[in-house]
Ligand binder design. Structure first.
Ligand code: AKG
Ligand code: FE2
Length: 179
């Protein structure tokens, strides 16, 4: 959904997140190697959530206000958000599906994007006859990944050789670590 957040507010959010977030590198374990992901991240989670890192950053007013809007739109409650910063075309995210701890194979993830438009690609895990889906995620857009999106599909944000500006993506999630 385009223009989930209107242009002026999106500009404001973009600059605030870009300049006032404690962006961190993300080290991934791939087989036996530790590699640095080609993007920067920040994780926010309700502190009263079981197992939450008490030293993590507190939700900012901007994040809380987007969370409220996302919850109103979806009728769902989220307790965590992952921020991704794609600094330029060399940043991206490889094919994967998302599983938040113990939330089952079909988590509901709400995604909000700011800044440069990047392609969001989906592919079925096994059915090679089903065409890949490509969705451009624009400044201020909203995307809901629900149902079997994460159990049957993988997604990626491919790198691009184009000379582009940063993009920031927020994925709201519901994390529950209790059994
Ligand atoms: O940047 C995006 O649109 C997707 C990010 C993503 O897939 C993730 O954080 O799991
Ligand atoms: Fe993802």
């Amino acid at each position: 959904m385009d223009n989930f957040i209107e242009k002026e507010a999106s500009d404001c959010y973009y600059h605030t997140f870009l300049n006032h977030t404690q962006w961190k590198e993300y080290q991934m374990e791939i087989f036996d190697k530790t590699v640095t992901a080609p993007r920067m991240i920040a994780w926010y989670e309700d502190k009263d959530n079981a197992g939450a890192n008490q030293d993590g950053p507190d939700w900012t007013p901007e994040l809380l206000s987007i969370r409220k809007k996302v919850e109103a739109e979806t009728g769902l409650a989220f307790n965590a958000v992952l921020l991704n910063l794609y600094r330029n075309g060399k940043d991206g995210v490889a094919w994967h599906s998302d599983h938040t701890d113990n939330s089952g194979p079909n988590p509901i993830i709400a995604s909000v994007s700011f800044g440069e438009t990047r392609m969001f690609r989906l592919r079925h895990k096994t059915r090679k006859d089903i065409q890949q889906v490509e969705i451009p995620l624009h400044h201020g857009s909203f995307l809901l990944m629900a149902g079997t999106t994460n159990s049957f599909w993988q997604h990626q944000v491919p790198k691009t050789a184009k000379d582009i500006l940063p993009r920031i993506n927020l994925t709201f999630r519901r994390v529950s670590r209790s059994k």
